[in-house]
Write a protein that binds this ligand. Structure first.
Ligand code: KIV
Length: 255
């Protein structure tokens, strides 16, 4: 049986750290479902690592729904969080409409990028009874205006803003908060301050849990891997080796 989304906050209350990875399709979702993760994320990173876009701003609600349904078919024990993609939360009404679509497709929680400027949408989704994960720090959906992927919260004013955003999202009732590329000392300070768990990616080791893009962990996207991610295996090479062996064997065999 699946735990409730409340289990994420409960984990922090008893000092248990959270582990999460992305899943975008049925077979990986099914494999991950047996691995003791606290939630799988149908991340809009799928736009880059599965659909071949240069960044996540190209991902649509239709993409997210399609991949969510595939993941839902493969998962029975693990919570499923799904990203609200670029442009899907520009008004609270639109945010609720899209969060409901993701919930109806099988999402247990939705994830929304942004701070206090998104509070009306965050509150509207939570008031509608849909559990939500916040996302602060480097926001991939704003990569064009921010001109790249940079560490956040090194300067005093930016750190103050991020801390205030984090407290607001926690107090609104988020189940967890992803901190992406947040300066490690700030990520630690935010984690100590919040009741909800922080889940870090490229934000040091002192968050309440950790999340990675699956492809970075297993070496399935060899063309780019962020510096903070260590690949534990090399699936890309294994695939190419198997395919080359197959191809050579077929061509060698007599008719
Ligand atoms: O889209 C995604 O995969 C994410 C993670 C990097 C946290 O948001």
């Amino acid at each position: 049986m699946k735990p409730s989304p409340n289990s994420l906050r409960e984990a922090k209350a008893i000092g248990r750290r959270l582990a999460s990875l992305t899943a975008y399709d049925y077979p990986t979702a099914r494999l991950l479902d047996d691995c003791g993760l606290d939630f799988v994320l149908v991340g809009d990173s799928l736009g880059m690592v599965v659909l071949g876009h240069p960044d996540t701003t190209h991902v649509t609600m239709a993409d997210m729904l399609h991949h969510t349904r595939a993941v839902v078919r493969g998962v029975s024990k693990t919570l499923i969080a799904v990203d609200l993609p670029f442009g899907s939360c520009s008004t609270p009404e639109l945010a609720v409409q899209n969060a409901r679509l993701l919930r109806d497709a099988g999402a247990d929680l939705v994830k929304l990028e942004g701070g206090r400027e998104c509070l009306p949408s965050i509150e509207a989704i939570l008031c509608d009874g849909i559990p939500l994960i916040g996302h602060l720090g480097m926001l991939p959906q704003r990569v064009i205006e921010e001109r790249g992927y940079h560490i956040k919260g090194k300067s005093g004013p930016e750190a103050d803003r991020l801390l205030a955003d984090a407290i607001t999202i926690d107090q609104a009732g988020a189940s967890a908060l992803v901190l992406e590329l947040v300066h490690a000392p700030l990520a630690e300070a935010i984690s100590k301050k919040l009741i909800c768990p922080t889940v870090g990616i490229g934000s040091g080791n002192e968050c309440d849990g950790s999340i990675l893009v699956l492809h970075d962990l297993i070496g399935l996207f060899p063309w780019f891997r962020p510096k903070f991610a260590t690949a534990r295996t090399d699936v890309a090479t294994a695939i190419q080796q198997a395919v080359r062996e197959f191809s050579e064997e077929v061509k060698r065999s007599a008719n």
